[in-house]
Design a protein around this ligand. Structure first.
Ligand code: SF4
Length: 345
């Protein structure tokens, strides 16, 4: 599809810069973004201010991590010719709109957000008792609405945040006049992607395969991956449907390989080592082209920064137009107004 055929609908999505991305990030979001950029006007933000909501004391790696994330995006196929790729903190309008929204957002709305309650209960090693953490869904609303975003690709756990964004847009429009659209969630149905220990792939479990892992590292990680627990001996038949390696095959391997896995595992005619080797082949086939693209940017580090800065400039322009609309609706434009005459006479 050419850019002329793109829908005029705007998409906003982003990721916190917490380091190099893994296959879970790819399957859960990035792969979908790469496809979306041919269909929509996409804005992809490196959400560096969001990284501060839980880790505010040590900011020493935020900037470097932002570049790492952008490198992974570019490597995976995000294209600055098709999408606006930028750093959130380089567009100060996000902060201004966040402030305006924070004035009109009732506290109860934020306290009821399911992820807020859940994270306050479960995360013990971080200080989540800050204003910034409670208010991060308001910042997300500003991230989306400062571009008048129509569509937000999300996982199931983020649907409530988009709903809150819609409520904030509605409340603003109700007070001051219609400025903002009410964006729609576009649910990303991500397949189950297990990490090397069989649990969901997640940085916090230390079970990830990174998009930057070299072929030997991928093969080594696969070797240690857990398998169908019923398959104790080589001669025991197994079941790929209850095996984390089987889940990897389902996502990344060809139909032919899948057929060999099902047949060989159930009849015990293949061993797990052989099967894991095939899974590693499929992963390496996906990762090598990405790593080659990444190398182009690593060899010329200024290039990625220039892409981010050019994207931020485009983002600032769009955001400035929205802020002018918001200020005007509130009767707080930056323009000089003639003093009103008494009684208009
Ligand atoms: S053969 Fe493959 S699918 Fe079957 S248990 Fe071993 S690793 Fe899992």
């Amino acid at each position: 599809m050419t850019s002329a055929n793109k829908s005029c609908k705007r998409v906003l999505s982003g990721m916190r810069p917490t380091g190099k991305l893994h296959l879970g990030n790819y399957v859960g979001a990035l792969d979908n973004w790469v496809r979306m950029q041919d269909e929509y006007q996409c804005f992809f933000e490196v959400a560096d201010w969001h990284a501060l909501t839980t880790d505010y004391a040590d900011t020493s790696r935020v900037k470097q991590n932002s570049i790492e994330v952008a490198l992974d995006w570019l490597a995976a196929g995000l294209d600055p010719e098709k999408s606006v790729i930028f750093i959130q903190s380089h567009v100060p309008a996000h902060a201004e709109l966040h402030l305006l929204f924070s004035m009109i957002t009732p506290l109860g709305w934020l306290e009821r957000v399911p992820t807020y309650k859940e994270q306050r209960e479960n995360i013990q090693d971080k200080d989540l008792g800050t204003y910034g953490f409670l208010g991060y869904p308001v910042l997300q609303a500003a991230d989306i609405l400062v571009y008048k975003g129509d569509v937000v690709p999300v996982g199931e756990d983020q649907v409530a945040h988009v709903e809150l964004t819609r409520e904030i847009a509605r409340r603003f429009n109700g007070f001051y006049g219609t400025v903002f659209p009410e964006p729609q969630s576009l649910l990303t149905i991500a397949p189950k992607l297990p990490g090397t220990d069989g649990r969901k792939m997640s940085k916090s479990y230390g079970n990830t395969i990174l998009l930057t892992d070299s072929e030997p590292v991928v093969r080594q990680k696969l070797k240690t991956m857990v398998t169908d627990p019923a398959r104790v001996r080589r001669s025991d038949p197994g079941n790929p449907d209850v095996c984390p390696v089987g889940d990897l095959h389902k996502i990344f391997s060809s139909k032919e390989t899948m057929a060999k896995v099902y047949e060989g595992c159930r009849s015990a005619s293949i061993g797990c080592i052989e099967c894991k080797g095939w899974a590693a082949d499929s992963l390496v086939q996906l990762l090598i082209p990405m790593q080659e693209r990444r190398k182009k940017f690593e060899d010329n580090p200024r290039l990625a920064w220039d892409i981010l800065e050019a994207g931020s400039q485009r983002a600032r322009k769009t955001a400035a137009a929205t802020m002018a609309d918001a200020r005007a609706a509130m009767g707080m434009s930056l323009a000089y107004d003639e003093p009103k005459q008494n009684g208009g006479k």
